[in-house]
Design a protein around this ligand. Structure first.
Ligand SMILES: [Zn+2]
Ligand SMILES: [Zn+2]
Length: 358
């Protein structure tokens, strides 16, 4: 697999170092100016596929890219790792020859904004929109390529376009990053999640925020519920649905609740995970298999252990969060070692061989 290449890219982009050093939340915003384009070993984007109506997806090559084709042009949500701009445009050309008019960034991580500069060079008037929090994280990172920076930002809520061509942006709190944006296409009852929902598992919390992400997810569900959302597209992985998002919201909340109870009892983090495992509703979020495309990381069960550890660190008033070292997540605190190390260990060859798509 391209595990080492992908990890190298995370390192090169500064995500890992920014997170491990726990600087003010400023994870990553692309390679330094003039850096060589990403190597050929990166996973290539998959062919474009229609999800619903005028909305398409291009998965792979980093985060998923959403493509919304409207009268005046094309809106892209997220632009994958650096080096994928040509491939994204080639896929879009299979369904329309309209210009790219808007790029929305769900957050500041390099696997979601990496090819914005390439597309901007082809379409110099393109609107580049992100939350104030995401823009602040990018500006705070001295490695940020200025061509990735926004032309517009918003605080909590933004509507782009009119009538059937409306696209709604929501920022409902701090979680995966300080600037997470959720994108709704109301005409298709479709919601794009960024990394707050990826691979149908608990979100990665590189800067901490186990309690915060429970609130963020609940606020999102409350905000978009009146829109009758049916299709929920994950930031990596798959097309999920409204029930899947509701389950994730319940899980994020239950994880904090069980972590608090176990912490107060003096039990190790694994005890909280054991409580979560008693609820059959949560079984998909506690899968013990590696998901395809996550070969550098964890199983859903390992992610749950990680997030309980994040919660414990927060309860103790410690620095909370995870970096990535040697291809595996590394807790920023070593005080709470209650989870069995194998629960958060790098994947074994056997696990990789048995990785599953869903
Ligand atoms: Zn991502
Ligand atoms: Zn991310």
């Amino acid at each position: 697999m391209k595990r080492s290449a992908l990890f190298a890219l995370f390192l090169a982009s500064g995500l890992s170092t920014a997170v491990v050093a726990q600087q003010p939340p400023a994870p990553a915003a692309g390679p330094p100016r003039g850096a060589a384009p990403a190597g050929p070993s990166l996973p290539a984007p998959e062919p474009i596929e229609r999800i619903s109506g005028n909305v398409y997806k291009i998965f792979g090559g980093g985060g998923n890219t959403l493509v919304v084709v409207e009268d005046a042009g094309v809106t892209l949500v997220d632009t994958k790792l650096p080096g994928n701009g040509q491939a994204i445009l080639a896929e879009v050309r299979k369904v329309t020859d309209k210009p790219i008019t808007t790029i929305i960034a769900t957050h500041s991580h390099p696997d979601h904004i990496g090819s914005t500069d390439f597309i901007r060079a082809q379409y110099p008037n393109v609107r580049i929109i992100m939350s104030e929090g995401t823009a602040a994280e990018m500006v705070a990172n001295p490695q940020t390529n200025p061509a990735l920076l926004p032309t517009e930002t918003y605080k909590d809520r933004l509507t782009i376009g009119h009538g059937d061509e409306r696209i709604e942006l929501y920022h409902t709190g701090v979680g995966h990053t300080g600037g997470d944006t959720f994108v709704v296409v109301p005409s298709e009852k479709l919601l794009f999640m960024g990394d707050v929902m990826a691979w149908n598992m608990a979100p990665f919390l590189p800067a901490g925020g186990a309690a915060a992400i429970a609130e963020e997810t609940e606020r999102l569900v409350a905000a978009v519920e009146p829109l009758g959302i049916e299709t929920v597209v994950e930031g990596h992985g798959h097309v999920n649905d409204w029930a899947g998002l509701q389950r994730l919201a319940r899980f994020n909340r239950a994880l904090v609740t069980e972590a608090r109870a176990a912490y107060d009892r003096g039990d190790p983090p694994g005890a909280a995970v054991a409580e979560l495992q008693k609820n059959p509703d949560f079984a998909p979020l506690l899968d013990t298999r590696i998901k395809k495309g996550l070969e550098y990381g964890n199983t859903p069960l390992a992610r749950a252990h990680m997030n309980v550890n994040v919660a414990y660190a927060e309860f103790a008033g410690e620095q909370a969060g995870f970096g990535i070292a040697n291809g595996a997540p590394l807790p920023l605190t070593d005080k709470h070692k209650g989870s069995d190390p194998k629960d958060t260990a790098p994947p074994t060859p056997e696990m990789l061989a048995s990785s599953v798509a869903k």
